[in-house]
Structure formats: structure tokens, C-alpha cells
Design a binder for this molecule. Structure first.
Ligand SMILES: Cc1cc2nc3c(=O)[nH]c(=O)nc-3n(C[C@H](O)[C@H](O)[C@H](O)COP(=O)(O)O)c2cc1C
Length: 373
């Protein structure tokens, strides 16, 4: 692998009160090492190792808001209650001591089952229309009351993130979980004001979540929102088929208070609208930035040969060139780049890339999903 000039990845970036030393973000990754929902010393040490090794911004694994069925795995951490929040307080203290910055990814899974455990959460399993996937009933459609309580639970988690000293927070609005179930017409069949034929209408619940979070954290605290076209229920699904539809989806969310759009793709080099700007055209984060003016994070198979869905099937991946990423960063297609699996197997990935030590980069080893390296 030839070496690439990676200096564009190591430029500082500032948005509101968040001051980052470089453009490398640790992608949010569920690790299920928090029994009873409490992140312990092993989880603290795991995040600290990434902070010590030049990751600019760490996003936590998805961590559940205070709703009975916000998580679908008993070992996923909570982001509410004394013991879990005390665990998270230790995490952010350790990350700060190591010179890092971090935000929790606050999460509600909607009606989606885990593919790794049969554990069933307490009722009610809640979602816009009681569907896990198109035509697949599970749980209950949310009432006005549960909608209001859920919005309040998001706002409470955001206030706790700020109170504990996290530098930002990310709302998980992607991958077919609760907020995405509202966006997606095939899982949102509501006939009240939270449903409808258009993406603007189906975005009303996520927009209200963002507004409540903004009201809870004040104007200067940066809010990141993670979005995806693809769903785990259907990798080919798309919420926006055209740039106009994408603008109709994203602009109300930015107006509601989102500062950074985290645009989840499986492969960052794939063009979002190749029919408009070609096979080397802007990716999702590129179009999101162009259409909204908001800062964006891209993601998807950075530095690795295979994609992350394959990882869940036990596939490992080898290091690959960063040249395409660097080209896109140099032309400011997006502002930040998130890295997932490369940072699961190697806490020192960012430091090695910065030092140009490509020979020391490791394979992503699927067996590392079973431990906190
Ligand atoms: C083990 C694992 C757990 C993940 N958990 C989450 C999650 O909790 N929240 C989320 O938004 N994405 C999650 N993802 C997706 C990653 O954030 C990322 O988008 C994906 O792995 C692609 O990046 P990569 O190719 O660099 O690994 C997960 C991915 C992996 C491999």
C-alpha cells in the first residue's frame, strides 16, 4: 500500500462549543459489554484507549433513553438511572484526561429485535405503527401519550449528556430504528399528524425530538443527528430518491436544531446521485452538506477491504489505501469522517495513520467483536 498525504484528516475543526483536533470520529458501535445497562471499568478503558491514540471525536455505542423498550439487548448500556450515568461519568472523565472529546449516541430501537439475542424488553415495544419491518407486526403503535413521554425521554438524556460533561451528543436516527421507522413510509402508516404521504409529514416526530433536545441543551451545545437511506430491514431502501426529496427531509431537521448530519453509508465512496454527478460524484454526506449548509460526517469502510454487514457474518477485512478519502476531504465534500471496524481491532489506528505508519495497520478481525480490544 503506497503512503498518502493524510494532513487534510488532521486539521482542526470547530462547531459551536466543540473544538476538535482532527477530522477522525470513532463511529458509534454497539458492543454489549454493559451488564444491567451499566458501563464499567472495561468500557471506560476501551474508550480511553481511543482518546489516547488521537481519535478527534468519540461517539459512544448506542445508549438507551428512559423508555421501557428503548433497547433490545440486556448488555447495551442505559443512558438513564444512577448507576449507568455514574458509569458514563467515569467514561467522559477518562476520555477528557486523555485529551479526547466524546458524545453519547442516544438510542431507541423502536420495534426492532436484536439479531444477536432473543431477550425481550419490558412492554410496551413501541413504534409508529406497531411494525418491525414492512408487513411484520411487533409491539404497539405509539399513542399521543407515549409519543410525548418518548420526546421527554430524549430531552432528558440530552440534558444528562450535557450535565455529565460530554462535549456533544448524537441522536440515532438511522438504520431502521425508532426515528427511522417514522421517516420510512413502509413502517409509518399513521393517519395522524406524525404520519403522511410525504417525508416532511413523516419527519414530524423526529423534528419534535430535535426541538425538545435543543430546548434542553441551549443554543451552543452541538447536536449531531445520524441518518441513513438504508435500513437493516432493507439495505436498498431510500428515503430520498432525488436531491429535492433529500432537501425536504434534511432541511426541517437542521432548522429544528441539528448542527451536524452524520450520513451513514456502507461505503463512503459510493455516489448518492450518480445520475446527476457521475460515478465519482458526491456521497450522502456530500449532498447533505451541499443541500443544507450543515456540517457533515461521512462513514463507511474507511481503510478496509470489506463492509460492516459482512463483519456480522464473521468476515474480516484487510487495510486499504486512504487515497480516495483524502481526495474527498481535500475538496471539502464533508467535514469529518467516522471510522468503525478499523478502530474496533486497533485503538491506535488514528495515531498510526497520522504517523504514516501504514505497515503497522492491522486487519479488522471479526473475532474482536467478542472482546474490548
Ligand atoms: C459491531 C458494530 C456495532 C454497530 N453499532 C452501531 C450503533 O450502535 N449505532 C450506529 O449508528 N451504528 C452502528 N454500527 C455502524 C457503524 O457505526 C458504522 O456506520 C459501520 O460500521 C460502517 O463503518 P466501518 O465500515 O468503518 O465499520 C455498528 C457497526 C458495527 C461493526
Amino acid at each position: 500500500m503506497s503512503s498518502t498525504d493524510v494532513s487534510s484528516l488532521f486539521q482542526p475543526f470547530r462547531i459551536k462549543s466543540l473544538d476538535l483536533k482532527n477530522r477522525i470520529v470513532m463511529a458509534p458501535m454497539t458492543r454489549s459489554f454493559s451488564p444491567e445497562g451499566v458501563p464499567g471499568d472495561n468500557v471506560t478503558a476501551y474508550y480511553r484507549r481511543r482518546a489516547e491514540n488521537e481519535v478527534g471525536l468519540i461517539l459512544s455505542e448506542g445508549t438507551a433513553i428512559d423508555r421501557p423498550a428503548a433497547k433490545n439487548d440486556p448488555n447495551v448500556p442505559f443512558f438513564h438511572g444512577d448507576a449507568p450515568l455514574s458509569g458514563w461519568s467515569n467514561v467522559i472523565e477518562a476520555v477528557h484526561k486523555a485529551g479526547g472529546k466524546m458524545g453519547p449516541q442516544i438510542w431507541h430501537v423502536g420495534a426492532v429485535k436484536s439479531f444477536q439475542t432473543d431477550w425481550v424488553p419490558p412492554s410496551p415495544i413501541e413504534s409508529p405503527s406497531g411494525l418491525e419491518a414492512p408487513n411484520a407486526p411487533r409491539g404497539e403503535a405509539m399513542s399521543d401519550e407515549t409519543i410525548a413521554d418518548t420526546i421527554a425521554a430524549y430531552a432528558k438524556a440530552a440534558a444528562d449528556s450535557q450535565r455529565l460533561g460530554f462535549d456533544t451528543l448524537e441522536i440515532h436516527g438511522a438504520h431502521g430504528y425508532l426515528l427511522d421507522q417514522f421517516f420510512w413510509g413502509l413502517t409509518n402508516a399513521r393517519d395522524d399528524r406524525f404520519g403522511g404521504q410525504t417525508i416532511q409529514e413523516r419527519s414530524r416526530f423526529p423534528v419534535e425530538v430535535v426541538k425538545a433536545i435543543r430546548a434542553a441543551v441551549g443554543p451552543d451545545y452541538p447536536i449531531i443527528l445520524r441518518l441513513s437511506q438504508w435500513k437493516q430491514q432493507d439495505y436498498k431502501a431510500r428515503l430520498a430518491e432525488t436531491p429535492d426529496e433529500m432537501a425536504a427531509w434534511l432541511l426541517p431537521l437542521v432548522e429544528a436544531g441539528v448542527d451536524v448530519l452524520h450520513c451513514s453509508q456502507r461505503r463512503f465512496w459510493e455516489p448518492e446521485f450518480a445520475e446527476i454527478d457521475g460515478e465519482n460524484g458526491l456521497n450522502f454526506a456530500g449532498w447533505a452538506k451541499k443541500l443544507t449548509g450543515a456540517a457533515t460526517i461521512s462513514v463507511g469502510s474507511v481503510g478496509l477491504s470489506g463492509d460492516f454487514i459482512a463483519a456480522f457474518g464473521g468476515e474480516s477485512s484487510a487495510p486499504t489505501s486512504l487515497a480516495n478519502l483524502v481526495q474527498r476531504m481535500e475538496r471539502e465534500e464533508f467535514d469529518l469522517i467516522a471510522v468503525g471496524r478499523a478502530l474496533i481491532s486497533d485503538p491506535a489506528w488514528a495515531a498510526k495513520v497520522h504517523a504514516g505508519d501504514t505497515a503497522a495497520l492491522k486487519d479488522f478481525n471479526a473475532a474482536d467483536l467478542g472482546q474490548l480490544v
